[in-house]
Design a protein around this ligand. Structure first.
Ligand SMILES: [Zn+2]
Length: 656
């Protein structure tokens, strides 16, 4: 780093706006949202989504309530173009959802973009060009006047082609890209030049998107820029001012919130902030921040866990454990004083709830949301007693009746005299049942309770929102049950045993662990998880290793391997660039092929030392990929790192 950073870096010049209005305002309603997951998010993935992944994410975005979705850059690639056609021709886009497409100010690209939209119900054509001094100078070598001409020509080319989109409701959008680094006066000049071509009216508005393409200043500066534009641009009432922030200074959310105060009415962003560099704005956070202030965000995150699951599967990205609202650890309290305060807060919340139950004498729904099972019993409150009414009398429901009564009894215990004692929540029985029946039951009851508007204001220390509102639960410790994510599993293995599963391997092991835990039917300890892990990866015995020796011959590694296959000894040998490569080649011999071992390559590899007991050992993780595209992870443990990696390869073979 520089001793004197002022020699290398400059402060960001503020906007002259002494009578700024935004600091005194409050947000009262949700903005229009536009998801750019499939475009800005997708372009930043190491492996971009394929068509079926894009479609799944698109449908999930629609289900979540997005009405504007930037689906791609159809002139940039055939995949993007084909995806657009698929959405339109197969009717995947509901009539009230706008398909947004991005295009540069080039005639051929605009032509192709318009073609990609033929037949769409609603479409937003999003034109952009770069406007900041650095982009003008370094990238384009153009004067301000020339840059304005680029935008105007692009706007005209689009306008000329609109007759081709008969039957499509078209909205036009312009972005002076890198707006936040552009002089506000020039941003106004170029935007007004585009407006002159498109002629928006209050009845037929255009979107003016003012991106914080690269975040270079504090969020109050961005808010000033937005307010300056809102106040100075002509025909403000014919514009929908849109925000598009990135997160380079980690204030993308703040910049958007302040930008809304400053007068913007639309927000572009992605789920969990995926996107170039440090990411786009995380829409989930902004929406749930509004929710936390009692404002309907118009997006449904009632089942955030399943949204995370789809997102991670489609994008290959992971949601970090401390991500607001969505992270694995967000609703877990570690400190004793936090736990105590939360307990007291929750107990007070249940008090209000209980009073309401008694007053209403109403039947409660029981619905295990996670399994989507219809209710099998109901509970009616009569006086201070709960009466369980089975919906039919077959055996299964008899069982449910007993379960329900047990739940009810515990619920009553909770309300009884000892309710303000800290111990009640740590009671083992209660914890056990919290994961199975109580939690969804109480969650659905509480939901009914708030739906009926007999709600009380949520005021529990350390929990900014009620986790059950977004389908999550509060935890005092990291727990692993069939509902926990793979993050929890990985966290436990790492924190207790130093086993650092590679991210991709977590994706394989997570569901395996969940299935096992599900069979056990209760929460399991970290030690148990480790046993599940070892049994799955390390202790499978079809392929075993007796000896592995290598020597260097003419810059190549030659290996001699004594294996056992179903306890029968097999000797093989091979050459390679390294020991693992030699092993993979040795496994290609006819002897092995007869045992139906497919050709494979090593796709992924990680190793680290493992301090277990007094002996230092190493663990190695290897992912193999067979010729037909199947992938499997393996793990090996040994005091010798080379042998650990050989064992990891055999472990993966064991699991094919
Ligand atoms: Zn962007």
């Amino acid at each position: 780093m520089q001793k004197d950073p002022s020699k290398k870096y400059r402060p960001f010049p503020p906007v002259a706006l002494p009578d700024r209005q935004w600091p005194g305002r409050v947000l009262t309603h949700a903005p229009r949202w536009c998801s750019v997951d499939l475009r800005d998010g997708n372009q930043a993935l190491a492996v971009p989504m394929n068509v079926s992944q894009k479609l799944e994410l698109f449908q999930t975005l629609v289900k979540t309530g997005f009405k504007e979705i930037e689906v791609g850059f159809p002139s940039a690639s055939n995949t993007e173009f084909a995806f657009n056609r698929l959405l339109i021709e197969k009717g995947h886009a509901p009539d009230d959802v706008w398909l947004q497409v991005l295009v540069q100010a080039r005639e051929d690209l605009i032509e192709r973009t318009v073609e990609s939209l033929v037949g769409a119900k609603k479409a937003i054509i999003h034109l952009y060009n770069s406007t900041s001094p650095a982009q003008r100078r370094v990238v384009f070598g153009k004067s301000k006047k020339e840059i304005v001409e680029v935008a105007v020509r692009g706007a005209q080319w689009i306008k000329d082609r609109l007759p081709k989109l008969k039957g499509t409701e078209v909205m036009l959008q312009y972005s002076p890209e890198s707006f936040s680094m552009t002089e506000v006066e020039f941003a106004k000049e170029i935007s007004e030049a585009v407006m002159d071509v498109w002629q928006p009216t209050p009845q037929r508005k255009m979107i003016l998107n003012l991106p914080d393409t690269v975040e270079v200043a504090m969020p109050n500066v961005y808010a000033d820029q937005i307010e300056w534009m809102c106040r100075n641009i002509k025909n403000r009432e014919s514009l929908i001012i849109s925000l598009h922030t990135h997160n380079d200074r980690c204030t993308g959310v703040a910049a958007t919130e302040l930008g809304l105060l400053a007068g913007a009415e639309r927000v572009e962003g992605t789920l969990f902030g995926n996107g170039e560099r440090t990411g786009n704005l995380d829409i989930v956070t902004v929406a749930l921040n509004l929710y936390q202030h009692g404002i309907d965000p118009q997006l449904d995150f009632s089942n955030l866990n399943s949204l995370i699951e789809v997102y991670e599967r489609c994008t290959g990205m992971t949601v970090p454990p401390r991500q607001p609202y969505a992270g694995e650890l967000v609703f877990t309290a570690f400190s004793g004083s936090h736990q105590d305060a939360i307990k007291k807060g929750l107990a007070e919340y249940f008090d209000h709830f209980w009073n309401w139950l008694q007053k209403e004498k109403r039947v409660l729904r029981n619905l295990d949301e996670r399994k989507k099972q219809p209710r099998k019993f109901s509970i009616e409150v009569k006086g201070d007693k709960g009466v369980v009414i089975p919906l039919s009398t077959n055996k299964e429901n008899e069982f449910n009746k007993i379960q329900a009564q047990a739940v009810w009894a515990r619920y009553q215990e909770l309300q009884a005299d000892q309710k303000h004692q800290a111990s009640q929540y740590t009671d083992k029985k209660w914890n056990g049942c919290l994961n199975r029946i109580c939690s969804p039951w109480i969650a659905s009851a509480i939901r009914d309770f708030s739906e009926e508007k007999h709600s009380i204001i949520w005021d529990v220390p350390y929990l900014t929102i009620d986790p059950t509102d977004i389908g999550r639960e509060y935890r005092e410790v990291i727990r692993t049950n069939s509902q926990s994510g793979k993050g929890g599993v990985a966290y436990l293995l790492e924190s207790k045993f130093g086993i650092e599963l590679p991210k991709e391997m977590q994706r394989e092991f997570g569901p395996i662990a969940n299935e096992k835990v599900d069979k056990i039917g209760r929460e399991v300890s970290a030690a148990k998880l480790r046993r599940i892990f070892l049994r799955e990866y390390v202790r499978k015995a079809k392929w075993g290793l007796n000896k592995f020796r290598t020597k260097q011959i003419n810059k190549q590694i030659f290996c001699n391997v004594d294996l056992s296959y179903k306890k029968r000894p097999i000797k093989i040998s091979g050459y390679g660039n390294g020991p693992l490569d030699a092993l993979v080649n040795a496994l290609k011999t006819e002897k092995i092929k007869k045992l139906k071992v497919p050709n494979f390559e090593i796709a992924n590899y990680k190793e680290h030392s493992l301090k277990s007991g007094t002996k230092a050992s190493a663990i190695s993780y290897t992912q193999i990929k067979t010729a037909d595209g199947k992938t499997r992870w393996g793990a090996g443990v040994d005091t010798n790192i080379e042998l650990a990696s050989v064992k990891a390869v055999l472990s993966a073979l064991n699991r094919l």
